[in-house]
Design a protein around this ligand. Structure first.
Ligand code: PGA
Length: 245
C-alpha cells in the first residue's frame, strides 16, 4: 500500500487530481470509478479547472459511481446522480451517456444487478476513487460481521446516517438504505485511490495504515489485499494516527 502524506488537504486533492489527469491523458477512454461525499469535492473542482484550462479531455472517459441512496430520485438534490452532475459532470466535457450512477428509485434488487453489470462492462475501472466513512466503510460497505463481494442493497448504520445528516434538512430525511458496489467490485479496479482528511477519520485510517490486520469491522482494511492502492492523507491526519512513514 502506498501511503501518501501531504502538507494539507488541498495538496491531497491536487495530488489525486493530478493522478486522474495523468491517467486520462495516457488513456483517453479510461474507466473511472467515482465517489461522492464531502471529501472529493475540492478534488473535482481541480479536475474542472484542468479541463477548462485544456489540460485534460474527458470526452471519451467512462465513469461508474460507487453507490446511490435508495428511495430518492436522480433529480433530488441529495441524490448521488445530482451530486455528480453539479460537482463535476455539468462542468467538464464528459459525455453524460458515458457516466453511470445506480438508480435510486424502483426495484432495488434490479438496480443493484444493473450496477454490478456496469462495474464489469467494457472492463474493470482503471482507477477507483474512494472516501472513507468514520467507521471505515468504503462505498456503503458498512462495518459488520459479513461483507459482500458484489453490488447489493445495504442498510446504513446509525453512524453513517448521523454523518450524512449534515447534507439533509433533518436526520429523518436521510435514506436508510443504499445500493452499493461490493468489496469485490472495488478490489477489482486496477488502481484504488482513497482520500481522507479530518480527525473523525482517525480510527478508520489507523486501522488501514498502522498494522497488518484485516477486519470486516473496518471494511477499508480489505484494501491491504490489493497490489495498487494509494491512501492519500494530510499531515494532520497522519499525526493523529501516529503514522511516521
Ligand atoms: P465524506 O464521506 O467524504 O463526506 O466524509 C466519505 C464516505 O462516507 O465514504
Amino acid at each position: 500500500m502506498n501511503v501518501v502524506v501531504t502538507k494539507s488537504y488541498d495538496e491531497s486533492c491536487a495530488y489525486v487530481a493530478d493522478m486522474i489527469c495523468k491517467l486520462v491523458n495516457e488513456k483517453p477512454d479510461c474507466k473511472l470509478g467515482l465517489a461522492t461525499g464531502g471529501t472529493p469535492v475540492p478534488m473535482y473542482k481541480k479536475l474542472i479547472e484542468a479541463n477548462k484550462a485544456g489540460k485534460v479531455d474527458f470526452s471519451r472517459v467512462r465513469t461508474v459511481n460507487l453507490d446511490e441512496y435508495c428511495g430518492i430520485p436522480a433529480t433530488h438534490d441529495q441524490s448521488y446522480r445530482y451530486f455528480m452532475n453539479t460537482n463535476l459532470f455539468d462542468h467538464i466535457n464528459i459525455d453524460k451517456a458515458n457516466t453511470y450512477v445506480a438508480q435510486g428509485m424502483g426495484d432495488a434488487e434490479a438496480n443493484a444487478a444493473a450496477l454490478e453489470a456496469k462495474v464489469r462492462e467494457g472492463g474493470v475501472a482503471d482507477l477507483q476513487l474512494l472516501g472513507i466513512g468514520n467507521n471505515g466503510h468504503i462505498a456503503f460497505n458498512e462495518a459488520a460481521d459479513v461483507l459482500h463481494a458484489t453490488a447489493h442493497i445495504e442498510k446504513l448504520t446509525e453512524s453513517t446516517i448521523q454523518a450524512n445528516s449534515r447534507f439533509f434538512e433533518k436526520k429523518e430525511d436521510v435514506p436508510t438504505t443504499a445500493i452499493t458496489m461490493g468489496m469485490g467490485d472495488i478490489l477489482a479496479a486496477k488502481c484504488v485511490v482513497l482520500i481522507a482528511t479530518g480527525l473523525a477519520k482517525t480510527d478508520a485510517i489507523r486501522g488501514l495504515v498502522m498494522d497488518d490486520a484485516i477486519t470486516t469491522r473496518n471494511p477499508s482494511t480489505m484494501l491491504k489485499m490489493h497490489e495498487n492502492v494509494y491512501v492519500v492523507i494530510d499531515q494532520e491526519l497522519a499525526d493523529a494516527v501516529g503514522y511516521k512513514g
